[in-house]
Design a protein around this ligand. Structure first.
Ligand code: C2E
Ligand code: MG
Ligand code: MG
Ligand code: MG
Length: 288
């Protein structure tokens, strides 16, 4: 891997520049150990259906339960995971945890679709669709239980390969969401020819929409765009009742954000879901 860490989070561990490299070497060793010893855990954040307020979907967000440094967030380790060539392994670990949890939820009568984030480097991970299919089958999971959130960056490198991977995933009943929509540099043309179920508008548009008319206009037109293409529209970064209400009145399909719930461990999410009394159905794929 490269000697320089580019992720901001990395410097949180290091002292000065001299110690960065040694710290990084140690951290890569720790990463390898963490992958096989259950130190990675998932927190789940609900995506609330609008306007009903029930929940059919949750997003899985990885955390590293580090033995000495405590709970680390993705910004603190994902860059290093990429640089150490360990993203493929982390994706497997995350998928196993997420699908085990999905199976537990189903057994409890909670039909939740779990969304897993896929890094742009997973574009070269051409075995992924078949492995995902095997993981679903091994757990007797129905189609519709898994969704991937990918960024536009994932689609940019090689459109044909992206189409191949996404089409194969969708054949196995896995849905596709475009995360951080509106912040990528790619043209919108991929929306025409790739099998996408959902657009997730970046929180930089959503969080300020109550006070910022231009942000609100972009939210409104993205909802129109998604719906005219037969896709669902999700707003992330909903931090206020004002934003929530405005999303309802604009016809947004789902809202996700600190105003409703932070990402929390599964048992905490269960308590939250019980308090809301929502069980729900698995989300249906987009029709196009
Ligand atoms: P993302 O997929 O866009 O996830 C949304 C991030 O925003 C999460 O940060 C979440 O905790 C945070 N968030 C949720 N609601 C709000 C809100 O109302 N306000 C604000 N300010 N933030 C909110 P987190 O968990 O630190 O994850 C950061 C990024 O790390 C994710 O962005 C995703 O790109 C990546 N990531 C997380 N888990 C995984 C994973 O398992 N695999 C991969 N490859 N990437 C992951
Ligand atoms: Mg995401
Ligand atoms: Mg996002
Ligand atoms: Mg984001």
């Amino acid at each position: 891997y490269k000697a320089k860490a580019s992720g901001d989070g990395f410097h949180a561990y290091g002292g000065g520049d001299d110690t960065d490299f040694t710290t990084q070497l140690r951290t890569v060793d720790e990463l390898r150990a963490a992958l096989t010893s259950g130190q990675f855990v998932l927190h789940y954040q609900p995506k609330i259906n609008l306007p009903a307020g029930d929940v059919h979907d949750v997003e899985a967000l990885v955390r590293w339960n580090h033995p000495t440094r405590g709970l680390l967030y993705p910004d603190a380790f994902l860059t290093l995971v990429e640089e150490a060539g360990l993203m493929r392994a982390l994706t497997r670990v995350v998928l196993h945890i997420a699908l085990d949890q999905a199976a537990v939820w189903l057994a409890e009568g909670r039909n939740l679709t779990v969304a897993v984030n896929l890094s742009a480097s997973s574009m070269i991970d051409t075995d992924l669709p078949d492995e995902v299919a095997a993981m679903l089958t091994a757990r007797h999971l129905p189609p519709g239980v898994l969704k991937f959130e990918i960024t536009e960056e994932f689609l940019m490198a090689d459109r044909d390969r992206a189409r191949d991977i996404l089409t194969r995933l969708r054949l196995h009943g896995v849905q596709i969401s475009i995360d951080d929509f509106g912040t990528g540099y790619s043209s919108l043309s991929y929306l025409r020819d790739l099998p996408i179920d959902e657009l997730k508008l970046d929180r930089s548009f959503v969080t300020p929409m109550v006070d910022d008319a231009r942000a609100a206009a972009l939210v409104a037109s993205t909802i129109g765009l998604a719906h005219s293409l037969g896709m669902r529209m999700v707003a992330e970064g909903v931090e206020s009742a004002g934003a929530y209400d405005e999303l309802v009145s604009l016809g947004c399909d789902q809202a996700q954000g600190y105003h409703m719930s932070r990402p929390v461990p599964a048992d905490e999410l269960n308590v939250w879901l019980n308090a809301r009394g929502s069980i729900g159905e698995l989300t249906a794929p987009a029709r196009f």
